[in-house]
Design a protein around this ligand. Structure first.
Ligand SMILES: O=C(O)CCC(=O)C(=O)O
Ligand SMILES: [Fe+2]
Length: 321
């Protein structure tokens, strides 16, 4: 059990019942065994990825004072630039050696949710780079659509209504993130990690990683195995909300990133999360008398905010203020 499955999802774009069922069965198996798999045959083009990578390199190469004009720690709704060491994913390790850009669904200041200061709602904060905003906003919607196609396939496996997730993912709090991992100083500096061991908080994460490598996933024996880059794929993994929703039928698996040596690494996770008011409680088909619900019900926003406070010192201060 040391290689993550690679699933060809192109049948989901051909729309035959047999094709959907075949993909759903493979996804179900991967979600139970691993909580991690690769997808190929998705509609995001290689040109799009190239364009994103090149503009990301331009952005992260800007002077700090330029990037800090959209400092994420100066927002309540978690948008913009996070400098190195803003995050500490593993509380037993030093802060992560990475810098980030985060965006979500853009809601203008006049939107009722923003006026009411609903958590995680607000406008995006983009850097002032030609072409950036249109590219990122387009990519955000395309990744949201891809995530919802995968979730629709999961409904077949979970035995719930086909539109169960679609209804709950209207005005989602999904996050598109771009990450730059600078190289670590020496080969022996093993304490320092790009991203400390963690599970993701949300429902499903779709990750593009460049060719540098360094992503590792913990298998059921507790060993760290490499999840190497595979051209043309996304790595898909489940987060804690999906584990709760499915009563642990689907697993939210720990993973980490070893800082690259001698090269920079860029990755782009898309964290698909539902509408903030969505109830996260055991799905109907995932409990019975022998297997009662393990987790108390919560909401998407309540759950995400509590996990953010674990990861970010600045969010703990925000919640306390
Ligand atoms: O950069 C990566 O490969 C993984 C990042 C990650 O796990 C995360 O941001 O949650
Ligand atoms: Fe992660």
């Amino acid at each position: 059990m040391n290689r993550l499955p690679v699933i060809d999802i192109s049948p989901l774009y051909q729309d035959t019942a047999a094709g959907w069922q075949a993909v759903a069965t493979q996804i179900d198996h991967a979600c139970r065994e691993w909580g991690f798999f690769y997808i190929k045959g998705h509609p995001i083009s290689a040109e799009r990825i190239e364009h994103l990578l090149s503009i990301a390199q331009t952005f992260f190469a800007l002077p700090d004072e330029e990037k800090l004009r959209i400092d994420i720690t100066q927002t309540r709704h978690h948008r913009g630039y996070g400098a190195v060491a803003t995050e500490q994913l593993d509380p037993n390790r030093p802060s992560d050696l990475k810098e980030t850009f985060d965006m979500g669904l853009h809601l203008p200041d006049e939107h009722p949710h923003v006026m009411a200061e609903k958590p995680l709602r607000g406008p995006n904060r983009h850097p002032d780079l030609p072409g950036w905003q249109l590219l990122m906003e387009t990519h955000y919607s395309d990744m949201q659509a891809l995530a919802q196609t995968l979730l629709r396939a999961m409904t077949l496996a979970l035995g719930i209504d086909r539109d169960f997730f679609d209804q709950r993912f209207e005005e989602p709090v999904s996050v598109l993130r771009i990450i730059h991992y600078p190289p670590r100083e020496t080969a022996s500096c093993s304490e320092q990690q790009g991203a400390g061991a963690h599970t993701d908080y949300g429902c499903v994460t779709l990750l593009y990683q460049d060719a540098a490598g360094g992503l590792q996933v913990r298998n059921v024996q507790g060993e760290w195995i490499d999840a190497p880059p595979i051209d043309g794929t996304f790595v898909v993994n489940l987060g804690d909300m999906m584990a709760r929703w499915s009563n642990d039928r689907y697993v939210s698996t720990p993973h980490r990133v070893i800082s690259p040596l001698g090269v920079n690494r860029y990755s782009m996770p898309f964290f698909a999360e539902p509408h903030p008011d969505t109830a996260i409680e055991c799905l109907p088909g995932c409990q019975d008398v022998n297997n009662p619900a393990k987790y108390p019900p919560t909401t998407c926003a309540e759950f995400l905010l509590s996990r953010f406070a674990d990861t970010y010192a600045y969010r703990r201060e925000l919640e306390a203020s």
